[in-house]
Design a protein. Structure first.
Length: 658
């Protein structure tokens, strides 16, 4: 992830509340609800209609300017009126609006209200700002965006990788549920706090390299005559706009841009993808070289951050060079080839009832959860990453048909050390390399089509991205290249191992040592039956290396309560701490989980957890406890054993994976 040191000098504390310099605030406000709009519930059609003459300064509203150039516009009407303003910063809404003007001069405001016949505005009213207050423009982001006071700066769509911005093209995507793209679940998108989950480069269905949109530009200006003004041209529809912009720095970690009579630049094809290109547009990066703006997708494909990438025109032309010591600079590096150690062994190893088995023939089937995907090289994280993230509801992700799932890909190894393959009517020999499968000729696995797009997974040399014995195999063929000709995106097939011998006849039984089950009262509130705890606290009933739960499999623990007296029904749940699962918390939150069960007396109960992490979970590979917990204080009581333990109070009958 890019990290940009923006705080190169101390910013005066008075700028903390700076929020609306020469631009619109149509939907929100600057701290303390100053721009809070009258709610629909307050809007009363029974109010008398007002005329233009009624909406005069001093009668319907007031204008005051204080010593630091803060302007306050305040309605003097009944609070039931919806209030609208046209002011030097643009358009605003609400009974009271505050903004600041750094330059001395004569300015104009118009006040309007809702009436039965629509919004009626009064005549323009002029007011004076007598002094300049340049301290309002001290934040370096103003200079980065506009070039500084009395200057202007031109921004154009990104056309290649410049070593900054984690991008290679004008648009990319960011997961709103994981904006750092690291599995942390962070949703707090902001400046220097975003890692794309996909940089698609140039795509014919998105924005191709020869799109007229690439001729678009935005010119941000800042001067004492026109204030914060913008001129922009969109190449794909030939439109030119002139308007105002506002840089809101109330929260320095979440700066935003708003526009009046202009918009955050985007291509024409995305006009209907996001419903907001004007108000509180999130800035994810702003330096003298790179500007990135985020708009939220609101169409039928669902919420997703769309990141619009712009490079300074003087950088694109070569007049300015990005210094290599720029904090956000990433040295261009070729994508690292995926590596799968001991591929030939793993390919012919599977899992039978929890035990690894090596055979001379293995068959693979397309995953019914998503038989294809893309893996792209994220230069920011220096890693290969999924593009779809398991989401196939997009217009660019064609649906597959049942015949795709009927495919069987079989590999066999011969006594002489050679390998063969069979895919339907296709067959031949192949070579297993260091992370590659090389077939004797081009082979086609399957084709998916839809939404005007066709994807055929075919090739002779396939790169192996993952080989998890008994679970999954991910192989891909080149799909895109970077500017240096390196493959940076692969179209991949997601395959799963076909069960050996027609599949298992029943659930996998996880071995455990009953004497090592540790029962105890936690924090005087909860009764715990501990099966495994990597941090200690008693013997472990299971060997973590024997417990593996594949994607969508269910781990079940059946146990019996003995000698309890219940005051009221209690909740019982299986607790673990895989952060990538939807329900990984502990007491008391865990008792609200959907998978929690109710207990109300001695007897046999089963608690469970279904693996929703998106991959295989191996307890031996990471740190995660496995404990059954039950509400106790105020719910139930039980006498300890003679030796002061609770071993007999709860006995484990079975642990299975299904």
């Amino acid at each position: 992830m890019n990290t940009i040191a923006l705080n190169k000098k101390k910013i005066k504390s008075s700028l903390v509340w700076l929020s609306a310099i020469l631009a619109p605030l149509p939907l929100g406000g600057v701290g303390g609800g100053l721009l809070t709009a009258c709610s629909p519930d307050d809007h009363s059609l029974s109010q008398p209609d007002l005329t233009t003459a009624d909406l005069a300064q001093g009668i319907a509203y007031s204008v005051t300017v204080d010593a630091d150039n803060t302007v306050t516009l305040k309605s003097l009407l009944d609070k039931s009126y919806n209030c609208y303003w046209t002011q030097p910063n643009g358009r605003s809404q609400g009974p009271e609006v505050k903004f600041q003007l750094p330059f001395a001069g004569t300015y104009e405001v118009r006040f309007g209200v809702d009436t039965r016949g629509g919004v009626v505005y009064g005549e323009p009213y002029q007011f004076q700002v007598t002094t300049n207050n340049m301290s309002l423009l001290e934040d370096p982001l103003y200079a980065y965006l506009s070039g500084g006071v009395g200057k202007q700066k031109k921004w154009v769509p990104v056309d290649k990788f410049y070593g900054v911005g984690q991008c290679t093209a004008p648009v990319m995507y960011c997961n709103p549920d994981d904006v750092l793209n690291d599995g942390s679940g962070d949703t707090n998108i902001g400046i220097n706090h975003m890692v794309p989950n996909w940089d698609p480069g140039f795509q014919s269905w998105l924005i191709p390299a020869d799109s007229p949109y690439m001729n678009s530009y935005m010119i941000f200006s800042l001067d004492d005559q026109n204030g914060c003004s913008i001129e922009e041209y969109r190449g794909d529809d030939g439109t030119t706009k002139k308007g105002k912009w506002n840089l809101n720095l109330t929260d320095k970690n979440h700066p935003t841009l708003s526009f009046t009579d202009a918009y955050a630049m985007h291509n024409q094809g995305f006009d209907e993808v996001c419903n907001n290109y004007t108000t509180d547009i999130v800035i994810t990066e702003l330096t003298p070289y790179m500007l990135q703006l985020a708009t939220m997708r609101t169409n039928s494909e669902g919420a997703w951050w769309i990141i619009w990438n712009f490079i300074a025109a003087d950088v694109q032309s070569g007049a300015v060079e990005i210094p290599s010591d720029e904090p956000s600079y990433i040295e261009p590096t070729a994508p690292a080839a995926p590596q799968v150690a001991d591929l030939a062994t793993k390919l012919f190893t599977t899992d039978i009832n929890g035990v690894n088995f090596q055979g001379d023939q293995m068959t693979f089937l397309p995953s019914d959860e998503g038989p294809y995907d893309w893996q792209w090289w994220n230069g920011g994280t220096q890693a290969w990453e999924s593009v779809t993230g398991g989401n196939y509801s997009q217009s660019w992700t064609p649906a597959w048909t049942d015949d795709v799932l009927d495919l069987e890909l079989t590999f066999a190894r011969k006594a002489d050390g050679t390998y063969t393959y069979e895919i339907g009517e296709q067959s031949g020999t192949m070579t297993i390399g260091d992370g590659t499968l090389l077939f004797d000729k081009e082979v086609s696995l399957f084709t998916v089509a839809g939404g005007g797009r066709t994807l055929e997974l075919k090739g002779q040399e396939w790169t192996v991205f993952k080989c998890d014995p008994g679970s999954e195999l991910v192989i891909g063929v080149p799909d895109q290249q970077d500017a240096d000709g390196n493959v940076n995106t692969y179209l991949v097939a997601n395959l799963v191992y076909k069960a050996v011998g027609g599949g298992q006849s029943g659930p996998i039984v996880v071995p455990f040592t009953a004497d090592n089950v540790n029962n105890y009262i936690e924090a005087d509130k909860y009764f715990r039956c501990q099966l495994y705890n990597p941090w200690g606290g008693g013997g472990d009933a299971i060997d973590p290396t024997t417990l593996k739960v594949k994607k969508n499999q269910t781990l079940k623990v059946t146990l019996r309560l003995n000698g309890f007296t219940f005051e009221q029904p209690a909740k019982m749940v299986l607790c673990l701490n895989w952060e990538t699962t939807a329900e990984s918390g502990w007491e008391p939150d865990c008792f609200g989980y959907q998978r929690a069960i109710q207990v109300n007396g001695d007897g046999t109960y089963t608690v469970s957890w279904t693996n929703d992490t998106g991959g295989t979970v191996n307890w031996g590979d990471a740190t995660s406890a496995l404990i059954v917990t039950m509400q106790y204080a105020g719910y139930a009581s039980v006498e300890p054993d003679a030796e002061g333990t609770y071993k007999a109070a709860c006995t484990v009958e079975s642990i299975t994976v299904e």
